[in-house]
Design a protein around this ligand. Sequence first.
Ligand code: TNX
Length: 775
Amino acid sequence: MKRIVGKWLGVTMLVALIGCGGQSQKQFTENDINIIPKPDKVELMAGAFVFNEDTRFVVPEKYAEVTDVLLNKFEAAAGWQLEVVDAAPSKNYVKLVLDPAMGEEAYTLKVTEENVLVTAKGYSGFLYGLESVRQLLPVSIESDTQVTNGDWVIPAVEIKDSPRFKWRGFMMDVSRHFFEKEYVLATIDQLALLKMNTLHLHLVDDQGWRIEIKKYPKLTEVGGFRVDQEDKHWDARRTPELGEEATYGGYYTQEDIKEIVAYATSRGINVVPEIEMPAHVMSAIAAYPELSCFQNPIMVPSGGVWPITEIYCAGKESTFEFLENVLIEVMELFPSPYIHVGGDEATKTNWEICPDCKRRVKEEGLANVEELQSYFIRRMEQFISSKGRTLIGWDEILEGGLAPGATVMSWRGFEGGLKASEEGHDVVMSPTSHSYFDYYQGNQDVEPMAWGGFTPLSKVYEFDPVVEGMSPEQEKHVLGGQANLWSEFVPTEAQSQYMTYPRLAALAESVWSKKENKSWADFSNRVQAMFKRYEVMGINYAKSAFQVTTDVTVDSETGTLSIALKNEFPNSDIRYSLDGSDIDGDSQQYESPIVLDKTTQVKAQVFKDGEPVGAQLEKTINFHKAAGKPVTYLNKYHDSYQGAKDVGMVNVVRGSKNFHDGQWQGWLGDDMELIIDMEEPTEIERVTVGALENQGSGIYFPVEVEVLLSNDAKSFDRAGVLERDYAANTKSELKDFIIDLTKQSARYIKVKAINLGTPPTGGGSWLFIDEIIVE
Ligand code: TNX
């Protein structure tokens, strides 16, 4: 029973509730509606619906399973076993109403004090309507133990909702690290909560084959295990000796797979299996060396392999027989309309020299080995489509010509998707720039080890699978978007959760909600409500979005710096100190940019409900003689890495290990050469040049740094030089190149840093420099 006692500003509804078990008062406002992803339309009405032990679920028989999630929640958190019935009582019920005219996954939800009506065309719509009910309930509904005095009330609302895209995906790499079946099932629950509908399982890679194939038992017996070198950095693991004991690994039996697929289906999720080919398959070759060109025995690698040259032989017929047999078993297990065949990152040096591959190239009239890859994928496409399924692969399958019926998953940016959609193919966008969950989401100095990229929460939120410049025709080919969690640096479930949440919530909104309904400020509030839900569920979500970062501007007139403190969420309560003292709730509250004119230690921290959240910022802003002085570039930095632009090199803020932190200036294959104008003759005795190395990302320390001085900006004299030889380095590292000079006076300082040029491991060579410090 409820009684309206007031209306405030037309938004706040004051609702006095006299619940069954006593008196409870609940005041709902729009701030209480925190559903993620944001529904199309939400209208808050007067009143509320109170769940109690007598609440009934009225469900068409065929859809009985769809209520499982919510009924289980009530059983655990409220201790009630709510009944499912055929016919509605007079009031106090949740009813699922069929409406065949509605869109495939759409639903409407109407909550009054009498009942809750979910209307949909079928299973998925009902499921999503009920997931919205779940998100309207207090977060304690997620508790797996009984909550005393639970207040199981939801606001009266009318919701109309439907997805923007039909492919709303998440990829788990279970090869690089293996995850138990139970964790996969738990992830499926999280996907369903966010109305995601596709789980892509990356079941095969060099470092482990994870699905039982009855016809080829060695795939899992041998290919499922590797020599345990988990104590070493992924890229520092040695090649195992033949015959060494392989103890790290695991795989899913066919029974496991059936269970995963059935569970996913009950949560509205299609499981797309990925069986990689022709590369990323050393695990298969370790089991069956005859699948490779030269049939050399190999072990399953324990860590990173680059480039990947041990790949399937494209010349021998037996390779295709093997793959077809594998896919037959896979297709029996997975009802998915899409079968993923990988196709990425094949280095085809063996194909160039293998007699079988050479013969194939000749016989098929192919121009090169790229076309041989295309031939490979085309054959698989024919096979897969002959079974009524659609082949999907990474965007490399475009190279050498795309197979006719193939769908492309665009990962190297949006380009592959643009090109494929232009050619009339369907595409799923999963660009590294927005949807790689193995990349850092916060300050690299305080985050757990990850790949060098940077996809913070707000960047994921910006993700739009439809890119500017697409024609309406191309847009129709965009099935949707997907996040990928590669697991080289994700060894545990806790770490997997950390990388996945809350970024998955941001991604879900990007692929479900209409563009015009998205707002970062609004999402910021709702996702913080989701954090509380995650806490009750025991999920190790990342709090990186709370980390304080600095934006620095230099005033060259006054020689002062202005430091703005912010974190990803707007309007946070940021506290700071400038004297090295520790931060607590009584520390100075940040309001507007802070002006500094001397070396200062800045500490800052976000507070939420009076408690510190996220990592604390600790940064020393070292003033030096060149701070804010004009810089002329004789060789301009690269467009992709402009740092803080022309003044950035002397803005006093140092680049961190995160090379996307907006401080680093980069030169690709090129040297840095610039002149700092001190504006008047200045005593100089030391010049320090900060550099970053991250060889995995192609960034190398300079091999030489040189300082030259002048008073007329024309003739420069060499004042000091430092040389450094290349050395292999698996870590991300910062280094100061310090050049001590004989103290002298000069107005102009020319600084050169020489790029390594050609790294021994191949690829391009980036030079990353930030801050030139003059003392
Ligand atoms: C590239 S994305 C890969 C994966 C790695 C990932 C790391 C793709 C199709 N291939 O094999 O795990 O980068 O971010």
